[in-house]
Structures are given as structure tokens and as C-alpha cells.
Design a protein around this ligand. Structure first.
Ligand SMILES: Nc1ncnc2c1ncn2[C@@H]1O[C@H](COP(=O)(O)OP(=O)(O)O)[C@@H](O)[C@H]1O
Ligand SMILES: [Mg+2]
Length: 410
């Protein structure tokens, strides 16, 4: 069918044409927002899931819900290897400046701005053109201790919002990239906000290790947050994600074609978009026949190899690549860390730092103690394909390529 009309949207954070199977998470987010606006307590939430399951899409949707319910919102994507504060502070500033500065709340807003000003100079946060034209508020957010000062900042922001009969929702993506100091400070600050019953809530999203990171940072984090799991879609929701957009465009899936794609993608949202996208383009008419699915899979995998998988591989050091090659060589599914180390010819303690940096980069995670798995489905198969193609090249061009294949495999 005409690619111009293709409704599917494979990508990062791109809204799918049909946001299937997430009603529970969205309904619970709406209830949270309504409670916060009504001055009631509701726990902050951290959506946990692997890459490509739709966490960013959900955060964007939750931000829309928060705005519909009348909250002020700010969305922050925590940067990898950079200071979270540099992303957070300008957003807090924007929020505070939006709060109605009617005479009644002016004092509170100025106090929050004063705290912000102290915070910026205390932690030398670069905020671009953020001139803050208020007097610093002495004694708040100026202790130099990140937890204390972030607490002051969020508490005063929430108090200003409350005075203006408003509420604040912070949406934070990629929370696993926060350093342990940043994460602890955020948790301490939210704990204080909750105890004071102030109208500020956080919806975060991150890779599964975030739950452990948060608990390690502050043990009470398990009671402070809810952790909705964002996983693969059920068969019914997967079918809906594929069917709805096609039927809305006046076309149809042959039932067998739809069933096949649901099975191949295992309900993994990013792959549903990718396969839907390729199937639309490959369909000869208004019906997507089952006969074209093998060719669709080939096109989808080729595109994943060239972009998504390859760019992930490129973000790894040689040692990290060796680790994932050893993991892939063990086959699909979870593997014991000990088996991977053995496959590499290393002791578990020698392999542990490599495993650690791969977890930090979001390439692998630990589904259970001592187990290791890839954060992206089908990545193991990609690595095996990549190794095979290196070996094939090595076989064709004896000397130089063989050496490089050996080197690549470690
Ligand atoms: N509920 C859903 N139904 C269908 N497709 C979805 C759904 N959620 C996300 N997607 C698609 O999956 C892909 C990945 O979404 P994204 O939010 O970037 O995932 P994450 O942030 O978890 O890595 C995008 O192409 C998006 O359109
Ligand atoms: Mg994301």
C-alpha cells in the first residue's frame, strides 16, 4: 500500500497509532492526578520496563492526562553521563514562573524562586539564560547538601503551587541514569513532599534495575513509589495494535497474517510497529495477506540490524562486545553470570565490571539474582548473525579478516 499513508510509527517515543493494552496504567495515572488536585496523597510511580516497550510513549500520555486534569507539568529526560540537575533545574524554573503570580501567592512564588537561585549557585548548575531577578531566600537550598537543598526546592515549589490552588507533576524519563546521589536526593525530597502532603507527584520511567537502585539509595523507596511493570502486550492487545490502524485506513489484515505477526513479535511494542510498517508497505492491495509475512520479516529484521541493533552494538567497548558475544553464543533466554564468564574464559569477578558497565548502559539487566539477559528481544539472534557474518568474511578472506574476527570475538 502507499507508504505515504502508512499509519505505523516505529521509533523512540513516537506515539503509536493505537496505544493498545495500557488502559490500567493510564486509568491509575488519571486517578493519581485527580487525587493530587483534590489535595489527597497518592504515591509517585516508576514505570519499569525494557527498551522499546512504550515507557516514553506512556509518560507523554500521562503528561497529557495531568494537563487535562489541571496540573502543571514538566518533562525531563535524565541524560546518560551528564548532570541530571542541569535538566531538572530549568524545568522547575519554568514551572515556578508559570504559577499564577496573583498578589495572594506572590510571596510563595518568590520564595521558591529564591530557593532556585540559591540552588543554582550552590550546585553551579548551568541553566542558560536563567537570570532570576529575585533576592535569594536565605537559609533555603543553600546548605550544599544535595538532598537537603533539593528537598527545599521541591517543597517550596509545591507550596507555591498549592498557594495558587494548583499542583505539579514531574515526568522523568530514563531515571536509571541518575547517579546514586541524585537518586537519593530525589527520593528524600519526594518523601518530604509526601509527608507534608503537598501537591507534587513524580511519574518516572526506567529500566528494570531502577527498582533495586532506588531501594539501595534509600530503603524506604519501596514504600514511596509504585512500580507498574510495562511489558510485552497480550495477544489481544497486540492484535488490536496492528488491526485498528489498518482498519481505520480502510484496509484489512488476513487473519492468518495478523496471527503470524503477533507471534513473531511476541507482543513487543516496538517490533509490532516495525512489522506493521513493513507489512503495510509490502501489501499488494487493501488486504495484507499471510503469504507476504516471510518477506515482511526479512525487511523488518534487515532494518533493525542496520539501525537499532547495530547502533546498540556500536555503543559498546570491545570488552563489552566480547561479553555480549559470549552471552549470545549461549543461546536465547537468561544466562547465569558464571556461565557467561566461563564462555569468555574469565573468572566471575573479572567479568563483573564488564557486566556492570553493560547494565549501566542499559544493554543487559538482571531479571533475577545472578541471571543476565538482554534488554531488547531478538538482540541475541542479531549478535549471532553478526558473529556468523564476521566468520564468513574471515573464511572468504583468509589472513587479515580472520585476525579481525578473532579480535572481535576476543
Ligand atoms: N501500547 C502500544 N501499542 C503499540 N505500539 C506501542 C505501544 N507503546 C509503544 N509503542 C511503540 O513502541 C515503540 C517504542 O516506544 P517507546 O515509548 O520509545 O519505548 P521505551 O521508552 O520503553 O523504549 C514506538 O514505536 C511506539 O510507537
Ligand atoms: Mg524511552
Amino acid at each position: 500500500m502507499n507508504p505515504v499513508d502508512n499509519p505505523f510509527s516505529p521509533g523512540a517515543g513516537t506515539r503509536p497509532p493505537e496505544l493498545a493494552g495500557r488502559e490500567d496504567i493510564l486509568n491509575s495515572a488519571r486517578v493519581t492526578m485527580q487525587r493530587i488536585i483534590a489535595g489527597r496523597h497518592s504515591r509517585s510511580q516508576m514505570l519499569l520496563g525494557l527498551r522499546g516497550v512504550g515507557k516514553t510513549v506512556l509518560l507523554n500520555e500521562i503528561q497529557n492526562i495531568a494537563e487535562e486534569e489541571g496540573l502543571r507539568t514538566a518533562k525531563i529526560e535524565a541524560p546518560e553521563n551528564k548532570k541530571f540537575l542541569e535538566k531538572l533545574v530549568p524545568q522547575i524554573r519554568k514551572l515556578v514562573l508559570q504559577i499564577d503570580r496573583a498578589a495572594k501567592v506572590k510571596a510563595q512564588v518568590n520564595e521558591a524562586l529564591g530557593a532556585l537561585r540559591n540552588f543554582i549557585s550552590m550546585f553551579k548548575v548551568k541553566v542558560g539564560d536563567a537570570e532570576i531577578s529575585v533576592e535569594p531566600t536565605p537559609g533555603v537550598a543553600d546548605s550544599g547538601d544535595l538532598s537537603t537543598d533539593l528537598t527545599d526546592l521541591l517543597v517550596l515549589t509545591a507550596q507555591a503551587a498549592k498557594a495558587a490552588k494548583s499542583a505539579v507533576a514531574l515526568l522523568i524519563d530514563e531515571v536509571q541514569y541518575l547517579t546514586s546521589d541524585e537518586l537519593s536526593a530525589l527520593i528524600v525530597a519526594l518523601h518530604e513532599v509526601a509527608q507534608k502532603n503537598l501537591p507534587l507527584t513524580v511519574f518516572g520511567a526506567g529500566l528494570p534495575q531502577l527498582a533495586t537502585l532506588a531501594t539501595e539509595a534509600k530503603s524506604y523507596a519501596e514504600r514511596l513509589f509504585e512500580y507498574p511493570e510495562v511489558g510485552a502486550l497480550t495477544k489481544a492487545a497486540s492484535a488490536e495494535a496492528l488491526r485498528e490502524p489498518v482498519e481505520a485506513a480502510g484496509a484489512k489484515w488476513e487473519t492468518a497474517a495478523l496471527t503470524k505477526v503477533v507471534k513473531i513479535t511476541e507482543g513487543y511494542p516496538f517490533f509490532l510497529q516495525e512489522w506493521g510498517f513493513q507489512a503495510w508497505n509490502a501489501a499488494p492491495g487493501r488486504i495484507i495477506p499471510a503469504s507476504i509475512i516471510p518477506q515482511v520479516s526479512k525487511a523488518a529484521i534487515a532494518r533493525l540490524d542496520k539501525n537499532f541493533f547495530k547502533s546498540r552494538m556500536h555503543r559498546m567497548t570491545q570488552r563489552e562486545q566480547d561479553y555480549v558475544c559470549a552471552m549470545a553464543a549461549l543461546g536465547p533466554g537468561n544466562h547465569r553470570s558464571g556461565d557467561i564468564a566461563e564462555e569468555m574464559g574469565l573468572s566471575v569477578s573479572a567479568a563483573a565490571p564488564i557486566r556492570g558497565t553493560l547494565i549501566n548502559k542499559g544493554m543487559i539487566y538482571s531479571p533475577a539474582h545472578g541471571d543476565t539477559a538482554f534488554t531488547v528481544p531478538m538482540f541475541d539472534a542479531y549478535v549471532r548473525r553478526a558473529i556468523l557474518s564476521l566468520e564468513a568474511k574471515a573464511a572468504a578472506k583468509p589472513k587479515a579478516a580472520k585476525k579481525s574476527a578473532r579480535k572481535k570475538r576476543g
